[in-house]
Design a protein around this ligand. Structure first.
Ligand SMILES: Cc1ncc(COP(=O)(O)OP(=O)(O)O)c(N)n1
Ligand code: TZP
Ligand code: MG
Length: 209
């Protein structure tokens, strides 16, 4: 069962989000800094696949376990089951929440993306453990990202979904993280603000404040 405080600083990363750095080293620094949840999002140009992807996922899962941080897999339900992940994150073009629930152990955290209010209401009604709301701001990390909903969009979502845990995503940095929480998010979900930071550990500690 997800506790909303686990969404406080939700780091998302794949091997192509770290520039010249070693993904496992970046994840370790982020864990040292105090991330509260991690999502393995291995997709796009240069991403690994097949056995290489599975091995990387297994190593990341082990590392997260050693810090007691939930390891979530993006999109790939088979992989999540194969590495005994804590959960899965699915978007509007991925497997439905019903299919994911039917395939995964009952303990799995299932997160669902919402890019607008009706998607957020539907995800909440269908029993998502949390909603990934956004993009809130412009981002260059996801090529097919939808139009940003802004802080007002985030507040409207919060009003419509009641107490369903909600994490904000898209263009979030240490400079705007506080505004996102004030707008109603339980936490911030980031890729580049940590994965491309000179000092990922310090970046996490700034995002926590
Ligand atoms: C926490 C969180 N929120 C939203 C997303 C985006 O999911 P999706 O729309 O399926 O896009 P991809 O990430 O699969 O490209 C997410 N991954 N995590
Ligand atoms: C996966 C995803 N979904 C919506 S925006 C986004 C990318 C977030 O990356 P960043 O934190 O670097 O803006
Ligand atoms: Mg997806």
């Amino acid at each position: 069962m997800l506790q909303s405080k686990e969404l406080a600083v939700y780091f998302i990363m794949g091997s192509n989000n770290v520039g010249e750095k070693e993904p496992l080293a970046v994840l370790k620094e982020a864990l040292e800094g105090g991330i509260t949840m991690f999502q393995f999002r291995e997709k796009g140009a240069g991403a690994t696949f097949g056995e290489q992807k599975r091995v990387l996922a297994g190593k990341m899962k082990e590392l997260c376990d050693s810090y007691n941080v939930p390891f979530i897999v993006n999109d790939d339900v088979d992989l999540a089951i194969a590495v005994n992940a804590a959960g899965v994150h699915v978007g509007q073009d991925d497997e439905s929440i019903q299919t994911v629930r039917a395939r995964c152990p009952a303990s799995y955290i299932v997160g669902v993306s919402a890019t607008n209010i009706s998607e957020a209401i539907q995800a909440a009604n269908e029993g998502a453990d949390y909603i990934g709301a956004g993009p809130v701001f412009a981002t260059s990390t996801k090529e097919d990202a939808k139009t940003p909903i802004g802080l007002d969009g985030l507040t409207l979502m919060r009003e419509q979904i009641g107490t369903t845990p909600m994490v904000a995503i898209g263009g979030i940095t240490e400079k705007n993280a506080a505004s996102v929480r004030k707008a109603g998010a339980d936490g911030v979900s980031v890729i580049s603000a940590i994965s491309l930071a000179t000092d990922p550990k310090q970046a996490v500690s700034h995002l926590r404040k």
